[in-house]
Structures are given as structure tokens and as C-alpha cells.
Write a protein that binds this ligand. Sequence first.
Ligand code: NAD
Length: 339
Amino acid sequence: NNTNKTVLVTGCAGFIGSNFVPYFLEKYENYNIVNLDLLTYAGNLENLSECEGNERYKFIKGDICNRELVEFIFNEYDIHGVIHFASESHVDNSIKNPGVFVQTNVNGTFTLLDVAYKQWMQKPFTKKEAYQNCRFHHISTDEVYGTLSDDPKELFRETTPYAPNSPYSASKASSDMIVRSYVETYGMDCVITNCSNNYGPKQHDEKLIPTIIRNALQGNPIPIYGDGKNIRDWLYVLDHCKGIDIVYHTGKTGEVYNIGGRNERTNLQIVDRICTILDQQVPKEKSYKELITFVEDRAGHDRRYAIDATKLENELLWRADENFESGIVKTIEWYLEKY
Ligand code: NAD
């Protein structure tokens, strides 16, 4: 549609992007989306099958580090906004192979940002006006803040100093800083959201919750790192997408917003809850809990993450719609179809 504004959304064949795109296309008829995704092992176009045939959606296979391609996309589709999901996202992979994390997460983010800056802000004055309200939304993680003690009063706030511990979180922290510098130095309209752990449909098999459900259903050992007492703050993926929507449209330029569901759980509580639900829904002779197996801890494993989302809740009126109970039931139902 020619009168629509076109948003470049990167990395949509992955978990969160593929939940975001159908939500966004349905909610806003005045947007077109161009999805730039390299289709690494983590990307799967089947995740977006519901968008096939939608004339407001276009997929381009390619690397966010490829400057020529990114420039071509900005010109060809007259891009008026960027929502940037594309990333290497698995901490375990970053321990084995950190280089690709620096390449995609740092250099890739820089390439997108720099092309956007040149397209939107370095045009001659007359053209510049057309690009006045173009925004770059960088999707990041709470892992940039490092780890917390078990004291429940300690929470990640937007003011918490960065202290990333894995090559993954360090590469995300670096990309956040580069985005920040384009705000401070060039006055670019960027926003950053740092979100806690997501769960829900379409997550890659490698991540904790799909790993638990898959192994349980297949009768294999369910691996849990260390003592299983690491705490994560879980958010249903669509609640993250709604938070991004709100920040993209109403967040203040240059601001950072934390997104989290106030759902702290140890890994053991997660596996226990999933096994209990599976025991009810697909009962076997023995409880799935007997499959739980403790394995050697992840190197540098952060102990606890927990987000204080007060800023997003108070300033932009975001609320999570799902609590962990309702979200995990929906999630399990989806994986029961898949596995
Ligand atoms: P994912 O690994 O499921 O998907 C990443 C997508 O990016 C894949 O489709 C992949 O093909 C694509 N991609 C990777 N490298 C690329 C490149 N060089 N060029 C173009 N595309 C490339 O990740 P996800 O879980 O959907 O996470 C999306 C974003 O959200 C990431 O930036 C991540 O840091 C952030 N985040 C994730 C979580 C979570 O719990 N999953 C939490 C907070 C923040």
C-alpha cells in the first residue's frame, strides 16, 4: 500500500519477531513491514506462515551486517522506522563461539543504525522534513545488567549500571551503548527496551522451556543446570510485543524502558510446574518429574534476574495481560501440537 509507512523489522523469523509481526500487522493497517532476516539456524519462516500472502508484509533474506543491502532496503521501501530484533540470542552458543555474537549484535546493530541515521537525518532540508518522525527501536535484554543477589528488594532498574557477564550479554550491552551514542551525539530518535526472559509459542528448541517440554514428552532426561536455583523473571512473549508496541509509539526519545512480568521463578519451579501440568494433560505411568536430571552448571551462570517495570507501567501504562499460570498453559498447549 503506497500511502502506508513502511517499518523495517529485523529478525522476524525468530521467536519474538514472529510473534510480533502478525500482532502488529493486525493491529495497524497503516503499516507495511519489511522483515530482514538471515535465516540462521534460529530463524524459521514457518513461524510466519500466517503472514504469507499479506500484501503489507515482505520478507528479505539477508544479513543486517550487509551495508549495501540495508541501504538498498531503505531506499527501495522508503523505510520510516526500524524495530530491531535480529540477534544471536543463545548464551550457551556465545560461550562456545563469541565471534558471531560481536559480529551480528554489535556490528549488525551499528550498520542498521548508521544507515538509518544517514537516510533520515543527513538528507537535504526539504527531504529531511519527511523523515522527522522516524524512530529506531532497539530490542535488548535485562542480561546487560549482570546478576542480582537473592534479596527480593534488589531489582534491575533503568538506572542499574551495566555489568554483562556472558559474551551474549556483553554484545547486547555494547549494541545498547552504540544506540545511546547516536541519540546523544546525533540527536537521533532511538528507544531501547530491555526485557526479561520470554516464553511462549515459536521459541527455538534450544531454550529452557521448549527443552523441558520436548524432553518430557519424549521420555528423555530433562537437563537442569547446577542446583536449579537460578532465578529468571518470565514474561509471556505477547506481553513483550505489546510493550514494544507501546514504547515504539509513545516512548520518549532517547529513553530506556525495562519490560518484565514480575514473575520470578527458579528453574526448578519452572520444570516442576511444567511437569505437573503435563502429568495432568498427558499422564504416563510415572511422573515427568522423575526425568529431571541435574547437569554441570553453565560457565559464568548469572544467579538471578528480576525487572522493575515501574517506569513502563507508570509512564506508558503498560500491563502484562498474562500471569505465569495462564501463559504457561497456553505455551504447553502450543508445544503439545508441535512435539
Ligand atoms: P531468536 O534467536 O529466536 O531469533 C533471532 C532471529 O535473528 C533469527 O530469525 C535469525 O535468523 C535472525 N538473525 C540472526 N543473525 C542475523 C543477521 N546477522 N542478520 C539478519 N538476521 C539475523 O531470538 P529472539 O529470542 O526472538 O530474540 C529477539 C531479540 O530479543 C534479540 O535481540 C534478543 O536479544 C532480545 N531478547 C530476547 C529475549 C528472550 O527471552 N528470547 C529476552 C530479552 C530480549
